[in-house]
Design a binder for this molecule. Structure first.
Ligand SMILES: Cc1cc2nc3c(=O)[nH]c(=O)nc-3n(C[C@H](O)[C@H](O)[C@H](O)COP(=O)(O)OP(=O)(O)OC[C@H]3O[C@@H](n4cnc5c(N)ncnc54)[C@H](O)[C@@H]3O)c2cc1C
Length: 261
């Protein structure tokens, strides 16, 4: 089948970086004028003779970048990722022309702290926030009036695909605090940093950073069990629903096809 050109761009891979055996980053020429707000997602698709399979992927890049970037995890039993995994530089897939999603930085609530919690590929929208704010910071359009506190979790340190970049940003600006954490340190002998799951560390870091329901919006992105556990913790700590945004990457046992009209 051939997807219609009024709805889809033909996106082409320009760069590929393998992070681990089942995680990779692609940088993509979208194939047309593509606009989005940091935190939104794209819908990528692979075409087979029988079906056009599509899934949502959070955008890692910032709007000022020419290439779109995605951080993808292989789901061996899935429809899309096993087909996308072999794609190399020059290979093409479909990209819906319109970016979607409301998982964007809330700068209007009056809460100027933003606690960003991620598991593995869930760091994607936060990298977009940081790259975008960093550009504005350099141009003196953002003065650090919003502060980001990012807890980035994975089983092992080599799955933290953006650790070096985020550590670099955090070392250079006063508005970003970054803590990577590893939940299986026994499989990662050289890891000297924080250990434990993101949800186990939320209380500790919220306290040490002085984050309260009154001054902080919280963002949860990635694995649904991290999101559910953390929502319970936040609720017991007094965070209201309106101050918590979530982007669950899948529902266990279900394919999630992003809604598009
Ligand atoms: C808004 C949004 C943004 C997303 N952003 C990203 C992103 O940046 N990077 C990324 O890699 N994925 C992201 N996802 C998930 C992505 O859309 C796909 O669901 C995922 O890549 C699996 O697709 P698939 O077709 O290979 O598997 P599917 O055919 O969709 O799933 C097969 C089975 O595996 C389960 N499953 C799906 N994903 C996982 C998983 N990670 N771990 C365990 N079981 C799973 C499903 O529930 C289903 O039962 C996002 C999802 C949403 C809704």
């Amino acid at each position: 089948m051939t997807p219609s050109s009024d709805k889809y761009f033909c996106a082409r891979i320009i760069e590929r970086r393998d992070i681990s055996a089942d995680l990779w980053v692609i940088r993509v020429d979208p194939g047309g004028e593509y606009s989005f707000v940091p935190g939104q997602y794209s819908t990528l698709g692979v075409v087979t003779p029988e079906k056009h399979y599509e899934r949502a992927y959070s955008i890692v890049s910032a709007p000022q970048e020419k290439l779109l970037e995605f951080f993808v995890e292989l789901v061996p039993q899935g429809d899309v990722t096993p087909r996308l995994y072999p794609y190399q530089v020059g290979d093409e897939f479909t990209l819906r022309k319109v970016a979607k999603g409301r998982f964007t930085l809330d700068s209007t609530s009056g809460r100027t702290n933003h606690l960003l919690l991620a598991t593995v590929t869930g760091v994607a929208p936060y990298v977009s926030f940081v790259r975008s704010l960093h550009r504005q910071w350099k141009e003196a359009k953002f003065k650090g009036e919003h502060k980001l506190f990012l807890l980035d979790g994975a089983s092992r340190s080599w799955e933290l695909g953006y650790r070096k970049e985020l550590e670099g940003f955090a070392a250079g600006v006063p508005w970003l605090s970054y803590v990577p954490t590893v939940s299986r340190p026994w499989e990662d002998n050289y890891w000297k940093g924080e250990t434990g799951r993101v949800d186990d560390l939320v209380r500790k870091y919220a306290d040490s950073w002085g984050l309260t329901p009154g001054n902080t919006s919280v963002y949860l992105c990635g694995h649904p069990s991290m999101i559910e556990n953390t929502k319970g913790i936040l609720k017991r700590r007094g965070w209201e629903k309106a101050a918590v945004k979530e982007e669950a990457f899948f529902i266990p046992g279900k394919e999630v096809v992003a809604a598009h009209n």
